[in-house]
Design a protein. Structure first.
Length: 270
């Protein structure tokens, strides 16, 4: 386990102590905090923090990941707020810094980054043993993925429609898919700009000729079988495999990544 807890913003955090009051603005992090057995210290979460379902309902909501109710957070008197570079807006985080003593910034970009994420939170909140158990389980799944020679496929991973949007290759989702040698199209890097990380596209794009599969994610847009069936009638996608995929399993980091990788291995083996 790490001896220094340095977050994605380069800030080092001291151990929190048993009196920590944690607000999580990241759905997958909220689930991870429960997996680390921090139930009693989680005092606030977003409305999108829905796992584990039997436990989050007891935690007060403080708005959404992008529409945080600052006064609601202030009323909870948190000692720590956990945020994510992709999911939360910089302006919101700066307003929270005015009254939350400790802001922990996260930014996993690949499945292996979860190992450092477990260690970071385990060290801050005195859950090193729980974090180590999660790390062992994750490494088992990473090793299972690496033990097989997966045939390369080019995939279009759709996250939105009207406009249609996909993922750049430097996103967490794209890195997850590479575990089974699925390369996301188009072959673009998003860099630090949010819009570029999730670019729009249309079905007349020339690069679509090389796509083998079109994956319609269940989130953030909830694609259904009806959308699949409609695309299968599109002559521009003739011969391509078009199917639904569980977005939570592919895009959520934290503890969900353990089951997520196992899900992806089964999915790619069909």
């Amino acid at each position: 386990m790490i001896s220094r807890a340095v977050d994605a913003a380069g800030i080092e955090h001291a151990k929190a102590g048993s009196g920590a009051r944690i607000v999580s603005l990241v759905p997958s992090i909220t689930e991870l905090l429960f997996a680390l057995k921090l139930d009693a210290q989680i005092v606030g979460r977003t409305g999108f923090c829905v796992h584990p379902r039997d436990k989050v309902r007891k935690v007060p909501k403080i708005g959404g990941t992008k529409a945080v109710k600052i006064d609601a957070v202030r009323a909870l008197q948190p000692t720590h707020a956990i945020v994510n570079i992709d999911e939360n807006e910089r302006g919101t985080v700066e307003r929270l810094r005015e009254f939350v003593p400790h802001i922990v910034v996260t930014h996993p970009l690949a499945p292996t980054d979860n190992l450092a994420l477990y260690a970071l939170l385990g060290t801050i909140f005195d859950r090193e043993n729980e974090a180590q158990q999660l790390a062992i389980a994750l490494q088992t799944q990473l090793d299972a993925a690496a033990s097989r020679a997966w045939p390369r496929q080019n995939v279009l991973y759709a996250i939105w429609r009207e406009p249609w949007m996909t993922v750049a290759r430097d996103t967490y989702i794209s890195a997850m898919l590479r575990l089974v040698n699925w390369q996301t199209s188009p072959a673009v890097q998003g860099g630090d700009k949010g819009a570029a990380r999730y670019p729009s596209f249309d079905f007349d794009a020339a690069w679509l000729d090389d796509v083998d599969r079109v994956l319609l994610s269940s989130e953030p847009y909830r694609f259904t079988q009806q959308h699949c069936d409609a695309l299968k009638q599109d002559a521009r996608l003739k011969g391509k495999r078009i199917e639904l995929i569980d977005g939570e399993m592919v895009s959520w980091y934290g503890s969900r990544a353990i089951d997520g990788i196992a899900y992806l291995l089964r999915y790619a083996s069909r």
